[in-house]
Design a protein around this ligand. Structure first.
Ligand SMILES: [Zn+2]
Length: 99
């Protein structure tokens, strides 16, 4: 491992993108130990790729959850109302801020 690479790993919370990917489920669920969450958060701070990835991941989960709650929204594109989508986006932003 080169010095530059080592430095980047340390600065990104000691986790590689692969480590982050493997723990993403638990991170989003909030079941990771505090210190691991902190390292993940540091990685997201440093790594735009993983930041974008977790954002998409969370949005997908939120949409999946909302479609479980409301069977009417399953597989019918025209029934997705704009207010609901805005609400989901707002909630996922609030959840992110609460971290
Ligand atoms: Zn990364």
């Amino acid at each position: 491992m080169s010095t530059m690479h080592k430095l980047m790993v340390i600065m990104s919370g000691g986790l590689s993108c692969k480590d982050v990917d493997e723990r993403l489920d638990d991170y989003v669920d909030g079941t990771l130990p505090f210190f691991t969450r902190l390292r993940m958060t540091m990685h997201f701070f440093m790594c735009a790729a993983c930041r974008g990835y977790v954002k998409t991941y969370r949005k997908t989960i939120d949409l999946a959850k909302s479609s479980i709650k409301g069977p009417d929204h399953q597989g019918a594109d025209e029934s997705v109302d704009e207010a609901l989508v805005q609400d989901i986006l707002k909630n996922s932003a609030a959840a992110r801020d609460a971290d």
